[in-house]
Each structure stands twice: as structure tokens, then as C-alpha cells.
Design a protein around this ligand. Structure first.
Ligand code: HC1
Ligand code: SF4
Length: 576
């Protein structure tokens, strides 16, 4: 450790720390716009300037290592003036239409202007002739160069976390911008729409393509029967938007809010997750017994599907043919549901609430067209968009009482809800496969080897006389490692789970924004996953094949898992 003094307070810190880390550890949140712990450390925004005794220059705290005897001042007039000046330079090219901006009240730049007392004269919308075109052509992501502050966080998240490299710095000097190569639209790149770049954007330069208006219109349309389903991970994070502590599960409040918004029926994607396990577990056992392509790989994360389609097209046969729980739920809500309710399937409008931006792309795919000329899912809202609608409707979410979902498509087991955390699909699948193979009701149902945040998790699971070897990867960097092993013929697994986002859906690109200064203090992925495991252990039924409504669906409509009807409705194909 070294001894340093920051703003008159003595502190001992490990010698590999920066001044920024040292200051934050003692409760001084030096402002930053580009810094992201462990991901981006460039000093580009120059907001973290500090004074060092004996040095005339101001230094960026995020790049400056501590040394013994260092005396730092983070809060002098000179420092504050310099930060304000840098902020004004950033604002000169920033389209400050704050009142109508999607990040208003949740924008790191806006916060900083307010904290540093910047006067309104600097917060101006850019004149029309200075505005550059916005890329809103992809189904998932909007890039607005008029908002971009060139902090580089998105570039780092895509390149260094996901190892994909869609976003790049282009041009020089005043012309500098962040964009896909050749200035292409996202839609013409192999971007997987994971939205990890959106999650780190401090402003509204990257955001989801909003479908809020489409959903309000459907809710107003008396001709439509509008139903909603919510992904497992939504309930683990929605509360954050309304001031509840991270990791608070809000399933009941979420149902109440959705009903208040006017949905005719409130269902749950967790039902579809249980259904997916029935199909995927059966498919896995068929492949093992009949010499099918192994390892079989999960297919529920659309970012992952887009990734393998673009980057490992030679491995597509390894993918399970199962549609995702979102799409399975949608397909059932457009077929079996109207049949039992006597509704016209063309008039059933299915809305999903997802923690994911890639789900918008998934729902819009050609493959998801059904026999009635509509898609399985008609509109996809992110968790953030749902929160906006709740605010727009003046609903005081935090004080809502717990509501219930509607029969029968809101029935789910503990296995369905853990889908939202990395390893959850695997654990859910093993719970069911183990019972089927052993012919018993096994009591040991928690598979801790596949839980947690290690990049790649492996386990060999003994079921009767069968050893099932599994692996779990989250984030495309880790997926890449497993795919390379398959290509080299070195992956002797039976089953692999891949989720495109690090941590799984709980940290998807559509989840509530977490301020960069908070990301260091809280393990977002861990806290949100905890909410899901708590729901699982509190559920009387914890295995997908115990879901009575899923059982009823097979009995009355589908027949058997992976049967003819299932193939028609619940399975899909992939293209390179
Ligand atoms: Fe997911 Fe899934 S778990 S992909 O992460 O398989 O988005 O939550 O809805 O479809 O169930 C996301 C989450 C989600 C699907 C399920
Ligand atoms: Fe990269 Fe994902 Fe953002 Fe696309 S959505 S640019 S792949 S981080």
C-alpha cells in the first residue's frame, strides 16, 4: 500500500490503484463520462481532472496511478472551472433537447451539468442545419450522432467485452464520430443487437428502437385483444426504475401495473420457458440416443443466434431447433389460446416485455410469421420502455399491491424463472432430463456448478448410468472460446448453454440503466440473478414438467414434446 492525501484526508491504498479509484473508495465521486471500471480508461472526456501538489498541470484521475506521499486536490476552484470548461466543449456539439430526450432524468451528462451548476445558456438544442441523420433502420438499435459525446464506452463494450467490434471511431478532429465501419447502418452490419453498447452509453446516443407508441395504439384499438408476456429477467430489474433496491423481485407489482395499463390478459414468458424445457430436453435426449449432432446448443438468446449465424455458420446444426420462450409463448397465444377462448387469432395482439434489445429483431424475423399472416409476437418492449409507460400512466409502481397473472399462460415453475440468469436454462433442463432418464422424482435439484459468473462453467452430471457433460457460456467472448473448441473437435459436451449478454438476460441490453459510478459498487448481475433464484426456491413447483398448464397444453393440443404439432409451432430453422 501507499499513503496519499486526498482533499486533506490521509488514506492508504494499494499501489496499483488510480487516483480515481482511491478517491471513490473514500466517498469522493470524481465526475467521469468516459471511464468504466475495467472496460474503458482513456481520459478522453477530461472531466476527472484533479490537482497534484507540486505539479502545475491538471491530471486525469482515471489514468493517474497513485504514489507514496502524493497529495491530491479534487475540489479546487481551478479544478471546478476546468471541468466546467470541458463540459461546455462537449455541450457545443451535443443536441440538448433534454425535455423530450429518452434519457432525460437518467442521463450522466445531464446530471453532471446540474452538479457543476452549468447555466442554461449552454444547454441548447442544435440548429436544424447542424443535425446529422439518425440511424433507426435496424429493428433493435437507434444511433443518434447528435447525442454522441465520443466517450468511447460503447466502442470498448463491443470490442473488449463482446469481442465483436461493430462500433469504431471514424474521422479526425472536429469530424470525429463513433459509428459502424463505412458509416453503415446497424442493419447492414453483423451487429447482434445485444445492446451492451446501450447499457454503457452515458447519454441517448445509443438507445432501443421504441415500440411504445405501437403498444399504446394497440391498447386503444377496441378491435384487438391485447395480451402481454414478460421475460424472466424483467421482474428482477423493473423495480430499480422506481427506486426499489436492486435485486427486489417485483412480479406481483408488474402484473398489477400491466393490468392498469389496459392489457386484456397478463401472461408470463416463464410459462414459455417451461414449455421450452419440455421441447429442448426431449430434443437433447433424442440427439443423444439417436446419434444426432452434439453438443446441442441452446437457442433462446437471439443475440447469440445472430452471432452464430454470422460468425460460426458452419456450426448451425449444433443449435437446438427450439424457438425461444418468447416465441413459443407467442405461438401458443396465436393458436391454442384463441381456440380455447373462441377468439379470432388475427385479432390477438401479443406484446412482450423483454430485458433484451435483440428480442425486437427476433420477433420481426420472417421465420416468426404464422399461418394467419401475423407474427407470433407483435410488439416488443424493453424493461426500460415498460417503465416509461408506467410513468406515463402516472402509476406509483413502488406502492402497488401484488396482482396475479391470468390463467393459464402465467403458470410457471422455479425452473422457468431462472432462465434469466446465466446457467439457468441449463439447470432447468437438467432438472427435467434427470427425472426423465432416471424415471424418478429426484430431490437434489440445485446444480450449483452451472450457477455464478465464471465466464465458462462446466459440469459432468451423473444420471443413472449416463454421464451428461455440459458447459455454459455467457457473453460472446466466452461463447467464441467454446465454438472454437467445437471447430477443433475438442468439445466433448452433450449440451451447451449460450447467452449473448455477460451475466445472461438479467444484464440484457434493455434493462434499466445503472449509473457508471454505481456499477463499481454493486455487482449488478449477481444482485439481479439473486432475485430470480429467490423466486425459484420459493416456488412450490421447481421442475418444468410439473407445470400443470404445460401438461394441459400437451394433453389437449400439442400431443407430445417434439411431436408434429410442436414442430409446426414451436421449432424453427437458421440460415447462414
Ligand atoms: Fe431471456 Fe429467455 S431467458 S432469452 O434471457 O430464454 O430476453 O429474461 O425472455 O425468450 O424465458 C431474454 C430473459 C427471455 C426467452 C426466457
Ligand atoms: Fe456491439 Fe452488441 Fe452494440 Fe451491436 S449491440 S454494436 S454487437 S455491443
Amino acid at each position: 500500500k501507499v499513503n496519499i492525501k486526498i482533499d486533506g484526508i490521509d488514506v492508504a491504498v494499494p499501489k496499483d490503484k488510480t487516483v480515481l479509484q482511491a478517491a471513490r473508495s473514500m466517498g469522493i465521486n470524481i465526475p467521469t463520462l468516459c471511464y468504466l471500471e475495467g472496460i474503458n480508461k482513456t481520459g478522453a472526456c477530461r472531466m476527472c481532472l484533479v490537482e497534484i501538489d507540486g505539479d502545475k498541470k491538471l491530471h486525469t484521475a482515471c489514468t493517474l496511478a497513485v504514489w507514496d506521499g502524493m497529495v491530491v486536490k479534487t475540489n479546487t476552484k481551478r479544478v471546478r472551472d476546468a471541468r466546467r470548461m470541458n463540459l461546455r466543449l462537449i455541450l457545443a456539439n451535443h443536441h440538448c433537447d433534454c425535455l423530450s430526450c429518452s434519457r432525460s432524468k437518467n442521463c450522466e451528462l445531464q446530471d453532471m451539468c446540474s452538479d457543476l451548476g452549468l447555466s442554461d445558456e449552454y444547454l441548447k438544442a442544435l440548429p436544424k442545419e447542424k443535425l446529422q441523420p439518425v440511424d433507426a433502420l435496424s429493428p433493435s438499435i437507434v444511433r443518434d450522432p447528435n447525442k454522441c459525446i465520443l466517450c468511447g464506452r460503447c466502442v470498448a463494450a463491443c470490442k473488449d467485452v463482446q469481442k465483436i467490434e461493430i462500433l469504431l471511431f471514424a474521422n479526425r478532429g472536429l469530424e470525429t464520430s463513433v459509428e459502424p465501419a463505412f458509416g453503415d447502418s446497424f442493419k447492414d452490419t453483423p451487429c447482434i443487437y445485444c445492446g451492451q453498447c446501450i447499457n454503457v452509453c452515458p447519454v441517448a446516443a445509443l438507445r432501443e428502437k421504441s415500440e411504445i407508441e405501437k403498444v399504446w395504439e394497440a391498447l386503444e384499438n377496441k378491435d384487438l385483444h391485447v395480451v402481454v408476456q414478460e421475460a424472466p429477467a424483467v421482474r428482477a430489474a423493473l423495480g430499480e426504475e422506481f427506486g426499489l433496491p436492486m435485486g427486489t423481485p417485483v412480479t406481483g407489482k408488474m402484473y398489477t401495473a400491466l393490468r392498469m395499463l389496459g392489457f386484456d390478459k397478463v401472461f408470463d414468458t416463464n410459462f414459455g420457458a417451461d414449455l421450452t424445457i419440455m421441447e429442448e430436453g426431449t430434443e437433447l435426449l433424442h440427439r443423444i440416443k439417436e446419434g444426432g449432432k452434439l453438443p446441442m446448443i441452446t437457442s433462446c438468446s437471439p443475440g447469440w443466434i445472430r452471432y452464430i449465424e454470422h460468425y460460426y455458420p458452419d456450426l448451425l446444426e449444433h443449435l437446438s431447433t427450439c424457438k425461444s420462450p418468447q416465441q413459443m409463448t407467442g405461438a401458443v397465444l396465436k393458436s391454442y389460446y384463441p381456440e380455447i377462448e373462441g377468439l379470432d387469432p388475427k385479432k390477438v395482439f401479443v406484446v412482450s416485455v423483454m430485458p433484451c434489445t435483440s428480442k425486437k429483431f427476433e420477433a420481426a424475423k420472417e421465420e416468426m410469421l404464422n399461418g394467419h399472416g401475423t407474427r407470433d409476437v407483435d410488439a416488443v418492449l424493453t424493461t426500460r420502455e415498460l417503465a416509461k409507460m408506467i410513468r406515463e400512466a402516472s402509476i406509483d409502481f413502488a406502492s402497488l399491491s401484488d396482482g396475479k397473472g391470468d390463467d393459464i399462460f402465467s403458470d410457471y415453475t422455479g425452473a422457468g424463472v431462472i432462465f434469466g440468469a446465466t446457467g439457468g436454462v441449463m439447470e432447468a433442463a437438467i432438472r427435467t432430463v434427470a427425472d426423465i432418464v432416471s424415471g424418478q422424482e429426484l430431490e437434489e435439484i440445485e446444480y450449483h456448478a452451472v450457477r455464478g459468473l465464471d465466464g465458462i462453467k462446466e459440469a459432468s452430471i451423473q444420471i443413472g448410468d449416463m454421464t451428461v457433460k455440459v458447459a455454459v457460456a455467457h457473453g460472446t467472448e466466452n461463447a467464441q472460446k467454446l465454438m472454437d473448441l467445437i471447430r477443433e473437435g475438442k468439445a466433448d459436451y452433450h449440451f451447451i448453454e449460450v447467452m449473448a449478454c455477460p451475466g445472461g438476460c438479467v444484464a440484457g441490453g434493455g434493462q434499466p440503466h445503472v449509473h457508471s459510478s454505481q456499477m463499481v459498487k454493486i455487482n449488478v448481475r449477481y444482485e439481479r440473478a439473486k432475485a430470480l433464484y429467490t423466486e425459484d426456491s420459493g416456488n412450490a413447483k421447481r421442475k418444468s414438467h410439473h407445470n400443470p398448464s404445460v401438461q394441459r397444453l400437451y394433453k389437449e393440443y400439442l400431443g407430445e414434446p417434439c411431436g408434429h404439432k410442436s414442430h409446426e409451432l414451436l421449432h424453427t430453422h437458421y440460415s447462414a
